[in-house]
Design a protein around this ligand. Structure first.
Ligand SMILES: *Cc1c(COP(=O)(O)O)cnc(C)c1O
Length: 461
């Protein structure tokens, strides 16, 4: 047997950013002042920030030099053409529209296609995507495969869309009321779980039969492709680049947050093949984002995205990326901490229902864990459960809980080293070992939409 060597970070560190350490007493006050909502804590008061992997990537020296090369011409900048060609290379789509981030692409797309009486279908819509659909009066429908809803079930492609349910839903509501189907790769809200190429092909077949366009929410397309290489039969000898090409060969269009797999701090795009739709999107883009060759971005941002799209397909990078998430997952599982298994690409999702079985959804068990991880170790994480996705029954006013109660530990790309991750594991395990002492929370303030960003809480005594 060959000796398995440690998979090392495939980069050296050139610039460092100091971490400010806080004491537990300081953190108690900071958390209270923030209304027990980590979104309201200042980043300076966080030791390890696992709030999100969005826009938190460390850029490479090549990307930073791209920042200097950025062409800031208003129209037809050189940087736009480099960006456009990088995105076309990946998506194969005819039209590429830059936006300042993913939700801007969603806003444009769904403003045009949405409206009362329309239904959009996904494996699971991300929260901003759902909000942009619902804002138009349309309905966002998640049809996730059954195994994707069971955190404890180990399966290779828990992000798959339920094809049988998809057919039934289209038959029930009528294809004319469904402007598009969107597959989220990887399935962020469902645990960062990948979607198989087999599933993509089957969904495409159904879409073709009814003449419904298929789009991808492509935020983590490279991570999804790497999982296909590792897990799907027939793909182990293909390069990630080839797999990416095959994935997008089934796409009529994409929305993208470049803040994820384009390894940058800001940016996104909307791409498509349909001439008429592209024209409408560009017209709206000019009103809300800017001229079609820069969207809401600077020329330098477009350069950094183009370079990031090269780097993210480096298989040494992807191997390290997926392994470092899995490594944290293994440590937690070994200590008995319940997580979504197998670990997803960009994050570990703690199953708060099994972690705190005695705290009911109305008292937000995920929020309780989030607060404790901050108090215990200065780690910032996020609740993905009834705070984020809970709804109120219009008649009774009672909470309709989310499908799952999760806490996400999102791993920023190329930012933390193995010892940072070891520390995170220690803090989570310590919190798990004293779980009997954790309390529930109640909401004292909330906004009508996307309430998790600004809500304030108090512990239930
Ligand atoms: C982050 C994200 C978005 C939204 O992108 P922003 O750049 O944050 O606006 C949409 N879908 C998924 C799956 C995401 O992870």
């Amino acid at each position: 047997m060959p000796v398995m060597k440690t998979i090392i970070e495939p980069f050296k560190i050139k610039t460092v950013e100091p971490i400010r350490f806080t004491s537990k007493e300081e953190r108690e006050k900071i958390l209270k002042d923030a209304g027990y909502n980590p979104f309201l804590i200042n980043a300076e008061d966080v030791i390890i920030d696992l709030l999100t992997d969005s826009g938190t990537s460390a850029m490479s020296s090549e990307q930073w030099s791209g920042i200097m090369k950025g062409d800031e011409s208003y129209a037809g900048a050189k940087s736009f053409f480099r960006f456009e060609s990088a995105v076309k290379e990946i998506t194969g789509n005819k039209y590429v529209i830059p936006t300042h981030q993913g939700r801007a692409a969603e806003k444009i797309l769904f403003s045009i296609l949405g409206g009362e009486g329309k239904y959009f279908i996904s494996n699971t819509f991300f929260d901003t995507t759902r909000a942009n659909i619902e804002f138009t009066g349309a309905e966002a429908v998640d049809l996730l495969c059954p195994e994707g809803k069971k955190p404890e079930v180990v399966a290779p492609f828990k992000g798959n869309l339920d094809v049988e349910k998809l057919k039934a839903f289209i038959e029930e509501k009528g294809k004319e009321n469904i402007p598009l189907v969107m597959i989220t790769i990887t399935n962020n809200s469902g645990g960062g779980q990948p979607v198989s190429l087999e599933n993509i092909k089957q969904v495409r077949k159904v879409c073709d039969r009814y003449g419904i366009p298929l789009f991808f929410d492509a935020c983590r397309f490279a991570e999804n492709a790497y999982f296909i290489k590792k897990r799907e039969e027939g793909y182990s000898n293909k390069s990630v680049r080839e797999i990416v090409k095959e994935i997008f060969s089934f796409a009529d269009g994409t929305t993208m947050s470049a803040k994820k797999d384009a390894l940058v701090n800001i940016g996104g795009w909307l791409s498509m093949n349909d001439d008429n739709l592209a024209m409408q999107c560009r017209n709206l883009l000019i009103v809300t984002e800017g001229f079609p060759t820069y969207g809401g971005l600077a020329g330098r941002d477009l350069e950094a995205i183009a370079q990031g799209l090269e780097e993210v397909l480096d298989e040494n990078y992807l191997r390290y990326r997926i392994r470092s998430t899995e490594y944290l997952g293994e440590k937690l599982t070994a200590a008995g901490v319940p997580i979504i298994e197998p670990p997803g690409g960009h994050a570990i999702y703690i199953d708060a229902k099994r972690f705190l079985p005695d705290i009911p959804p109305e008292q937000y068990p995920g929020q309780s864990i989030v607060c404790e991880l901050y108090l215990e170790g200065g780690i910032r994480s996020v609740e993905i459960g009834s705070v984020m996705f809970g709804k109120y029954d219009k008649k009774t006013g009672r909470l309709i809980p989310a499908m799952m109660e999760l806490v996400r530990l999102a791993i920023p790309r190329r930012v933390y080293t193995q010892s940072h991750i070891d520390y995170v594991a220690e803090v989570v395990i310590e919190t798990f070992n004293k779980r009997d002492k954790l309390k529930g929370y109640k909401i004292t303030y909330e906004a009508p939409m996307l309430r998790h960003f600004t809500a304030r809480f108090e512990p239930v005594i």
